[in-house]
Design a protein around this ligand. Structure first.
Ligand code: ADP
Length: 530
């Protein structure tokens, strides 16, 4: 067979050739909208690659983006890779010291940003030591710097993609790092292409040429789950929004005929609340991919009743990120609605290319059975799974490729993954493990609980015991007794929290997840009676 170096430039070439007139719609922060198509994305990416070279950038150089979802950001995904560069997508919600660290650590040479993030640039510019060029995607009138459209507009687009090895990097993402500094994960051309091909399976994103996708998952977070690549391969229509306001998303979904969307659970929660407040029906989406943190049952039920297929996915920055995705299994038609919800609340099955296993939490030499009940430390390997963090001196995967995810889970006989916790959050009580996540999920099932987080607190007799921190819904006066009564039929008796503490808020990480590290710090003086 022929040589065909797996580079992402093939992806955009294919999209432009075979689906050149499929639309890419962008709704900008200022409320304006623009429309282009795959042919337009490619021609702008060629100009961008040329413009980067004109600035003096070379193969292997890193170009950072600090931007929401829109067509110019998409152009950069392909333009930077097409110049042989590495796109460093930065999460604008990172804290100042993290922003400083990652851009310097990656040695970014240029940064392209949304006007909305100008205050970040102004604050960070003096701390970023390697960035020489700043370019704005959507400048307001009167801006005196380099504007993206003008910058690429100076080029004629007569450019040959830079070629090279398929193992060259094309993107770098940093994990937010719950301990220590953030860590860089470099995606290669090859791993990106393979991940995107696997993303096209009906049991993954289930795209077809008629799909219209509005990805709410940001392009700065874990390669937007690979959607901008898989979508290009299938030639789908994309609808991007640079703001995550549910009113805007809802209107775009209805008007643009959106069939598919993807985002973390909180995005859907906000959408439900908006529709309820406005007396609107949920958009009639065919499929919703939900991941990043566990998708609550009520969300699955509501979407399924709306006729939307829920694709509950698990992954992490280190896994490009798709590891598992849920969807109808072969026995689907025989299941009751409740059973379908139960199954969808789990994290789905591995997509082709990745392998999962669980090992004993106390003795890593013991591989656990896939019996649907034994939980252990989750490990993963495959061609788009990390081997070594950027600039690290040692591999983070073992000699057989197994990467320890830091998650704890159960594997069912049909391959379904059920996540039960993170290794550092499981609560060890009297030598037995308690899943903090299951406790939280049970608690948020109470109609008056807005959010709940469970952490293990030191206990003189049992080592650790669970304490549940609860944020009440506005106006609610729900009591600890009410919550205990709700929990009792749902969890084992010895899992019942030793205390329930009501708080005004629960700390979150830059990616919007509950930060147990900060919660633990906030309550470092907390003591439980013996
Ligand atoms: P960060 O660590 O920066 O938040 P990631 O987005 O890579 O970065 O987070 C990955 C982690 O998110 C996983 O290891 C897992 O703990 C959690 N996670 C992802 N998807 C799910 C899911 N569907 N259910 C439960 N937890 C999930």
């Amino acid at each position: 067979m022929q040589d065909w170096t797996m580079r992402v430039t093939h992806v955009i070439d294919h999209a432009a050739r075979e689906a050149g007139d499929r639309e890419i719609v962008s709704r900008w922060a200022d409320g304006t909208e623009t429309r282009t198509n795959w042919a337009g994305i490619r021609s702008d990416a060629l100009k961008m690659a040329q413009a980067l070279q004109a600035l003096g950038l070379k193969k292997g150089d890193k170009v950072a983006s600090l931007a929401m979802n829109h067509s110019r950001h998409l152009v950069s995904w392909y333009g930077v890779a097409g110049m042989g560069g590495v796109l460093h997508t930065i999460n604008p919600r990172l804290f100042e010291d993290q922003l400083e660290y990652i851009a310097n650590h990656a040695e970014d040479k240029a940064l392209i940003y949304d006007a909305a993030f100008q205050p970040i640039i102004d604050k960070m510019k003096s701390k970023w030591t390697t960035i020489e060029h700043y370019i704005c995607y959507d400048p307001a009138d009167g801006f005196d710097g380099l504007a993206f459209e003008d910058w690429i507009g100076e080029q004629d687009g007569n450019f040959e993609w830079v070629t090279g090895d398929e193992r060259d990097p094309c993107m770098i993402c940093y994990t937010s790092g719950t301990t220590g500094n953030p860590k860089g994960v470099q995606y290669e051309h090859r791993s990106t292409v393979l991940h995107a091909i696997s993303g096209l399976q009906p049991s993954t994103f289930n795209f077809s040429a008629s799909s219209v996708m509005l990805p709410v998952v940001p392009m700065f977070h874990a390669a937007s789950w690979g959607l901008p690549y898989a979508g290009a391969m299938a030639g789908i229509k994309f609808v991007f929004s640079a703001v995550n306001d549910p009113a805007v998303l809802h209107e775009l979904m209805e008007r643009e005929g959106v069939t598919d969307s993807a985002g973390v659970p909180t995005v859907w929660l906000a959408h439900f609340q908006y529709c309820d407040a406005q007396g609107l029906d949920l958009p009639k989406l065919k499929a919703a991919t939900i991941g990043g943190s566990a998708c609550p049952r009520f969300m699955i039920e509501r979407l399924m009743k709306n006729g939307t297929r829920v694709q509950h996915a698990w992954g992490m920055t280190e896994t490009s990120p798709i590891g598992t995705v849920g969807g109808p299994t072969h026995d689907w038609d025989d299941l009751t609605f409740e059973q379908k919800v139960d199954k969808t609340a789990m994290q789905g099955r591995p997509i082709f290319g990745v392998e999962l296993r669980t090992i004993d939490l106390d003795d890593p030499s013991i591989e656990l059975p896939r019996d649907g009940k034994t939980s252990g430390a989750l490990q993963i390997r495959g061609p788009w799974i990390i081997k070594r963090y950027y600039k690290a001196e040692e591999d983070c995967a073992d000699e057989n490729g197994w990467f320890d995810t830091g998650d704890v889970g159960i594997i069912h006989p049909d391959g379904t993954l059920q996540l039960t916790d993170r290794t550092k959050d499981v609560i060890k009580s009297g030598g037995e493990w308690i899943s903090s996540v299951e406790l939280e999920n049970a608690a948020v099932g109470h109609a008056e609980v807005a959010e709940a987080a469970c952490i293990g607190m030191p206990h003189p007799k049992w080592d650790e015991r669970p304490v549940l921190f609860v944020v009440r819904n506005p106006g609610s006066s729900v009591t600890a007794d009410d919550i205990n009564a709700h929990l009792a039929p749902l969890i084992a008796k010895w899992w019942m929290p030793d205390a329930i503490e009501f708080v005004d808020d629960i700390p979150h990480t830059a990616t919007g997840k509950i930060s147990k590290k900060d919660l633990r710090e906030r309550f470092s003086d907390y003591t439980l009676a013996g």
